[in-house]
Design a protein around this ligand. Structure first.
Ligand code: ADP
Ligand code: MG
Length: 153
């Protein structure tokens, strides 16, 4: 697969990327959100979830301590923050595999999941660049085509 890139000059641009990704997302998709602390993973996830729920004021807290927060949007969407995951095996207690089967899954700190993320997961990398961020998206061809289409709208 090739890589899509978009420069995000400010927080609003990160939120707009979340809106575009929400249009592209389908049940069964997994988005692995890579990036350092403060890169904008939660900002992106919040905007995506609000768009998918069609509710601009929806509370989307960072699931730092609960590790996962689920939403009934257009379809179920499960938002993970695995920073505090002690081992990939702990994912079983959270019902990770079941959630992969029913809805879309967003994962902050996907590195913590070891090899438990599906091969088909889309990789979204947020890198600090100048005063903004560079988003770099790599996904299987079918998913990437959907994302590219949502960018063009
Ligand atoms: P993470 O979940 O990756 O730790 P957060 O989304 O919680 O990051 O925080 C990101 C911080 O960076 C917020 O303060 C937000 O306002 C800011 N931010 C988000 N996107 C951008 C951007 N494109 N350019 C500059 N600052 C941004
Ligand atoms: Mg976060």
């Amino acid at each position: 697969a090739s890589t899509l890139e978009r420069f995000l000059p400010d927080e609003a641009a990160t939120a707009m990327l979340g809106q575009d990704l929400a249009l592209a997302l389908r049940p069964g998709d997994v988005l692995a959100l890579h990036g350092d602390l403060g890169a904008g993973k939660s900002t992106l996830a919040r905007s995506l979830i609000r768009t998918l729920a069609d509710d601009a004021d929806l509370e989307v807290p960072s699931p730092t301590f609960t590790l996962v927060q689920s939403y009934e949007a257009r379809f179920p969407v499960h938002h993970f923050d695995l920073y505090r995951l002690s081992s990939p095996a702990e994912l079983d207690e959270l019902g990770f595999d079941e959630m992969l089967e029913q809805g879309a899954v967003l994962v902050e700190w996907p590195e913590k999941a070891g090899d438990r993320l599906p091969e088909s997961a889309a990789r979204i990398e947020l890198l600090e660049q100048d005063d903004g961020r560079l988003a770099r998206i790599t996904a299987p061809a079918e998913v990437e085509a959907r994302i590219a289409r949502s960018f063009a709208i």
